[in-house]
Design a protein around this ligand. Sequence first.
Ligand code: BTN
Length: 256
Amino acid sequence: MLASVGSTNEYVGSAAVEGAPAGLVVVAEAQTAGRGRQDRTWLSPPRAGLTFSVLLRPGSGGHAPVPHGRWGWLPLLGGVALARAVERLGEVDVRLKWPNDLLVGGGLTKAAGVLGEVRGQAVVLGVGLNVTTTRAELEAISATSLRVEGAACTDRATLLCAVLRELASLYEQWCDAGGDAEASGLRAAYQDLCATLRRQVRVSLPAGGLLTGEAVEIDADGRLVVRPDVGPIDAAVSSTGAPDVAVAAGDVVHVR
Ligand code: BTN
């Protein structure tokens, strides 16, 4: 546990490069340079949230090798672990917005996010969860917290243990299946929680450009498959003849 650090992801990433073992968990009371997805910052007042990172080395420690192409599932796996723990302890409705924003409560507002970063042969999974953050503190980032949503549990140590337990169990199953999300049940678990599927979405693509259409499924690599409203940007013709686009990274807005 660190009182303050730039970013727990950065800290664990550096430790990974220096050979730290899988399973290292670093928790911080405060981050001065918290990172979010797509080069955004992650803001959380000291002591109001849960900010931690976990070091994973897929395929090590006696597990079957996990091909690099399947590592993209790890941030989604982190989202499922987070959702399960928050739902069980917090007794609140939870869903995931692809890839791994945790939406909570009746308004399905973001309360947490997961940042997965590859560092050499390791993956760093960072989790930021707003726990006791107040409405006033959240206004600037249009998000919510467990306290604002009236969650039954806002004890950060209890929540941390629950998320780590869910993460360990899902990760074991996924590694045992060689990273196969179908065989390990991860794809089904993710799709059950995903609020993005069957919605009209607008996706901002990392290279620039927008894709609008219906989110139809999560594919075997964890990508969001969108059936475009208009001509495809990078079409793969599906078995039904409809041109679908598989998106590996991007920012999703639920249009309706
Ligand atoms: C997102 O929704 O954009 C992902 C946010 C991830 C934030 C967490 S807080 C702990 C870890 N350290 C960081 O710098 N970022 C992640």
